[in-house]
Design a protein around this ligand. Structure first.
Ligand code: PLP
Length: 519
């Protein structure tokens, strides 16, 4: 790498910051570092106090309670004072926020975050590097590149691999599908015979993923201008893992019907069931068919650092592209995700040279930039959070945290299988548990309503938050365990609360005392 300008001498400035004009007092610069220290410390104190005091993950506040308070604030009349603004923030946000750090937050794929990453967040927003070009980030670009290389090594994608940080799994999956689409269209155009028009090629493209795959795949297909039926759902087995035999059959069917499978999306950690598609078999099928394999490891990527369970991702190293969400199983604050590719050349499909930013000559001069690999332009230095996490804690410590929640999910599953009040669906390979309260006798007809009610009543009380989903058309409840502080006792307590709420609903409805059934 040659960096032009390396020999250019910086001019000595010798400028001493003068007194700060009132209208500039809030600009962060050499003259305001004292205010920066004070204001940030005030903010940190408020958050720390709130977190220390939170005896439940949620207050149960409703949109009706909060909306008028927020709407009533006149944004054209500033408070002018940090303390007053923080008091107001307490009222409209901090008091009633949903606290993922609380051990009875058991709902979505949100993790409690590690302190080194919070330090990273504070540093990156203050320095405010933008990771599009070297001249807006310098070391930031190289740090992100090191972390991509580190992750690529963990995955085992090989020496030609590369990638880029993204805003989340949705964006990573979208970009993967963009690259796969362009490769497929390119191949269609060069595969001999009559050259199909681009619209014709696009209309024939299909993406195969399992019924338990993430909806961002469907969304990506829509954004990429594919047909409404471009995403073909492959059936799952009893463990909700993609059936490899069905995948092979679907690829065959597409071929016979003149359709082109542009990508197979395997999921390494399904959102609901925490199961991992059979990656080695799927990789074999994709290799034999010459089809792009994308592995959505948004959730399962934490296994890359697991001291005991890395083998669950075996086969991922054969993917053409991989999504990893550090903000799910690496205990990173939102946002922190990456798209990885086996062959760095495919990233060219996301490249556009702009004279003002990344002219083609910058490539010739070998000035490193990340904008050529990204579908974003201005981009946060999210990589810094992972960098400090690895430099302070190390990967094994992160993996041990993820291992712990997987163990806890196994214990929860065991509890549920032994509890006659509940029915539990498949056993997760990661940290989700899908189950439902099962009323007995005439109340059985109310099973869907009772579970919906229990979830809402629990959230309204704020005592715990659990998620909901449907399994084969029936309402279920879901734990997503990502907090090692969640104990088996916490889980047992939450199950008792769910049974109380659901039982109350069934009793009241069967006694005819509740005329308005839950949605
Ligand atoms: C398997 C999977 N893929 C992709 C996503 C989307 O990730 P994000 O919410 O970071 O956009 C999720 C989110 O839960 C997910 O579970």
């Amino acid at each position: 790498m040659s960096l032009p300008g390396a020999t250019v001498q910086a001019l000595p400035t010798g400028a001493v910051p003068g007194p700060v004009a009132a209208d500039r007092a809030h600009l962060f610069n050499a003259g305001t570092v004292a205010a920066y220290r004070r204001v940030l410390a005030d903010g940190i104190d408020r958050v720390a106090d709130r977190v220390a005091a939170a005896d439940r993950p949620f207050t149960g506040v409703t949109p009706q309670d909060l909306a008028p308070r927020i709407a009533g604030i006149d944004l054209d009349r500033p408070l002018g004072d940090t303390g007053a603004a923080l008091d107001e923030l307490q009222d409209v946000y901090l008091r009633d926020a949903v606290y993922f750090h609380h051990p009875r937050y058991l709902a979505h794929l949100n993790c409690p975050v590690v302190i080194p990453a919070l330090l990273g967040e504070a540093v990156l927003s203050a320095v405010n590097s933008s990771l599009d070009t070297w001249d807006q980030s310098a070391g930031g670009t190289l740090i992100e590149r090191r972390l991509i290389d580190w992750t690529v090594d963990r995955v085992g994608l090989g020496p030609a691999a590369d990638g880029v940080f993204t805003s989340g799994g949705t964006q990573s999956n979208l970009q993967a599908m963009l690259l796969a689409r362009e490769e497929a269209v390119g191949r269609a155009a060069t595969s001999g015979g009559t050259r199909p028009s681009r619209p014709e090629s696009l209309s024939r493209l299909r993406i195969l993923t399992s019924a338990a795959g993430h909806f961002s795949v469907q969304k990506a297909a829509k954004l990429l201008g594919l047909d409404a039926d471009a995403v073909v759902t492959v059936g799952t087995d009893a463990e909700r893992r993609m059936r490899a035999d069905e995948l092979a059959r679907e690829i065959d069917r597409c071929r016979r019907e003149g359709l082109r499978v542009m990508a197979v999306v395997a999921t390494a950690g399904t959102t609901d069931f925490g199961t991992i598609d059979p990656l080695p078999q799927i990789a074999d099928i994709c290799a034999a068919a010459g089809v792009w394999l994308h592995v959505d490891a948004a959730y399962g990527c934490g296994l890359l650092v697991s001291p005991t369970r890395r083998h669950l991702l075996d086969g991922i190293e054969r993917a053409d592209s991989v999504t990893v969400d550090y903000h799910k199983s690496f205990f990173q604050p939102v946002s922190s995700s990456a798209l990885l590719v086996r062959d760095r050349r495919v990233l060219r499909h996301a490249t556009w040279h702009a004279d003002y930013l990344n002219p083609a000559r910058a490539v010739e001069q070998r000035i490193p930039n990340q904008v050529d690999k990204s579908i974003q332009t201005t981009r946060r230095f999210d990589a810094l959070k992972l960098w400090l996490t690895l430099r302070i804690m190390g990967p094994d410590a992160v993996g041990a945290l993820f291992d712990e929640v997987i163990d806890r999910a196994a214990a929860a599953w065991q509890l549920l299988t032994e509890d006659p009040r509940f029915e539990v669906v498949t056993r997760s390979q990661l940290s989700t548990v899908v189950f439902r309260y099962l009323p007995t006798g005439p109340g059985r007809a109310l099973v869907d309503e009772a579970n919906l009610y229990a979830r809402e009543a629990l959230a309204a009380s704020g005592a715990a938050l659990v998620a909901g989903t449907t399994v084969d058309g029936a309402h279920h409840l879901k734990f997503t365990l990502l907090n090692p502080e969640t104990s088996v006792d916490d889980i047992a307590h939450v199950l008792d609360l769910i049974a109380e709420h659901a039982g109350w609903y069934v009793r009241t409805r069967t006694a005819g005392e509740l005329s308005c059934p839950i949605r």
